[in-house]
Design a protein around this ligand. Structure first.
Ligand code: FE2
Ligand code: FE2
Length: 167
């Protein structure tokens, strides 16, 4: 698959997971236990961090550094910030969980918008051999991190969790 198309699909899944986190934060704000929060956090770790961010950090960013090192550094810092927020969501008390979910959602929305523009602009300058190498690198990370169900299993889990929340 075209590497940029794959990034767009990944970003859609990340936004789906963040939508689930926001739904959990609303349950918490209403004083309801959010039984699904642990499952959603596990999915955010398994997909957003281990799969999607690995594609960017190990395969894509090293290639894009020659086009804008400073932009790659900014994006990496945002990945780190996201990881710290996820830890705070896991470990924090209720109000802290709610606040950090909202911050995490806003951070990743802005991050994804920035990346979509940056990657599209950079992609136009890459040779076709480099583009092919990106697709191959992404496929390797999918195989290593997602298991036999691949992306379909991630999308299925998002849909299942959404249905389980009644939203
Ligand atoms: Fe990213
Ligand atoms: Fe991304």
């Amino acid at each position: 698959m075209d590497w940029l198309k794959e990034i767009y699909i990944d970003h859609g899944a990340v936004e789906g997971i963040n939508g689930l986190l926001m739904a959990c934060s609303k349950d918490l704000a209403k004083g309801e236990e959010s039984a699904r929060l642990d499952d959603v956090l596990e999915l955010a770790h398994a997909f957003t961090e281990l799969c999607h961010h690995a594609k960017e950090e190990k395969v894509l960013f090293p290639v894009l550094r020659s086009q804008s090192d400073i932009q790659v550094c900014r994006l990496l810092n945002e990945h780190d910030l996201g990881k710290k927020l996820i830890r705070k969501i896991k470990e924090g008390e209720k109000d802290e969980k709610i606040r950090n979910i909202v911050t995490y959602d806003a951070l990743l929305k802005a991050h994804i918008g920035k990346e979509n523009r940056f990657f599209k602009e950079c992609g136009q300058k890459l040779a076709s051999a480099e583009q092919r190498a990106l697709s191959e690198g992404f496929a390797r990370i999918d195989a290593d991190t997602l298991g036999p169900g691949g992306m379909d299993s991630i999308l299925g889990r998002i849909t299942g969790l959404k249905a389980g929340m009644g939203r």
